[in-house]
Design a protein around this ligand. Structure first.
Ligand SMILES: C[S@@+](CC[C@H](N)C(=O)[O-])C[C@H]1O[C@@H](n2cnc3c(N)ncnc32)[C@H](O)[C@@H]1O
Length: 236
């Protein structure tokens, strides 16, 4: 495994406790104000019965969706986060890395009508392998929902070019340690990744932060190629 990918897993292991605490105390303003509701509404607008939450963390999204009748399976590489998720309930949670899933060693043959990645696509090879595996995890009418930092805001003052960026826990508090690098993708790079993985971009949402009126995130909604390839603005 590449050094950056290893650093990503290490940072989540180290910060599992701090992360769980931050979410339970609703310390991340953009999540509380905008992005949590945005992903929940986007997923529920398609009325899924079975959802797979990739990189589920401590499982808040599974809990929110299960309250609305969705059966959720969550996977994450970090055993401490999965243990928290199991304790809090709302789904079935398993320790599994994207690398393991992409290697075909997880739940072969199971399919979901929603696959969700909520701020959980951080690396390069791990993410490419994972996204390439998604068509095999989706039902014929299923969709993948990827919420991530909006490339225009996440780019900051650096050139708008994909590549590894230094990580930072700025704004998260002193209890967060050892930030890991993350892989910045432009809008075009995300679309290329989906298309080269056999996925068709069906809709794209840009939830606005109510105070700044800037996009707090971007949500890509994709389905496997050749199923009604039109933009779905009207549904959302
Ligand atoms: C920013 S957190 C988001 C957690 C959750 N989706 C949420 O919305 O709160 C990123 C998550 O991705 C997981 N993750 C990152 N790389 C991973 C990998 N290679 N395999 C499995 N999980 C990974 C981390 O363990 C962490 O829980």
């Amino acid at each position: 495994m590449d050094e950056n990918e290893r650093a990503i897993l290490q940072t989540w292991q180290i910060n599992a406790e701090a992360w769980t605490h931050a979410l339970q105390q609703e310390k991340i303003a953009s999540r509380k104000l905008v992005t949590n509701q945005a992903i929940v509404e986007a997923v529920l607008s398609y009325h899924p019965e079975h959802a797979l939450d990739l990189g589920c963390g401590e499982g808040w999204l599974a809990r929110r969706l299960s309250e609305r009748g969705v059966a959720v399976t969550g996977i994450d590489a970090i055993p401490d986060l999965i243990e928290k998720a199991r304790g809090l309930g709302g789904g079935t949670f398993e320790v599994c890395s994207y690398q393991t899933l992409a290697g075909g060693q997880w739940q072969a043959g199971r399919r979901f009508d929603a696959v969700i990645c909520n701020f959980s696509l951080l690396g390069h090879d791990s993410v490419e392998g994972l996204i390439r595996s998604v068509p095999k995890l989706l039902t014929a009418q299923g969709r993948i929902f990827v919420q991530t930092l909006h490339p225009f805001t996440a780019c900051g003052d650096l050139p708008y070019v994909e590549g590894w960026r230094a990580g930072s826990w700025k704004g998260f508090g002193p209890e967060f340690l050892q930030p890991a690098p993350w892989y910045f993708r432009t809008l075009a790079a995300w679309v290329k990744l989906f298309s080269e993985s056999g996925l068709h971009l069906a809709a794209c949402l840009e939830p606005l932060h109510p105070q700044t009126q800037r996009p707090a995130s971007i949500i890509f909604v994709c389905q496997t190629q050749y199923h009604g390839q039109h933009l779905e603005h009207s549904r959302l």
